[in-house]
Design a protein. Sequence first.
Length: 140
Amino acid sequence: MDYRAVETAEEYVARLETGADWRTEIEALAAAVDADAAWFTALGAVQDAELWFYDQDELAYAPIEFDEPLEVASCVGNVSWLDDERFAHTHAVLSRPDGETVAGHLNEATVFAGEVYMRVFENSLERAHDETTDLDLWPL
């Protein structure tokens, strides 16, 4: 395990714009407040979603698309640099009207309503390729 201490700089709350892309809105918030690294939680509802599942044998993401209204029962993630852009690594648990849930890496979703809490770190984090997992991870 690798780790390091982080100091927090500021905290923000935001409301996501209806009709916008969920993850893009979080990245826009990070850019607006000049966050080079942050942790966030969010909740709300989306009109559709594309989740990704990472196949650990194939070392590749597989998309799962949902063309239906879903509640965002839980959303958690972090912001760091990836390929010279702020990237919101976002995971979500989405629920249907009957309470059934789907979950995974949230690639994109159309916001119906969303609220975000973001805690910004003092120092930046930049993702780097990890050979073992074939993922871009924090090099700590």
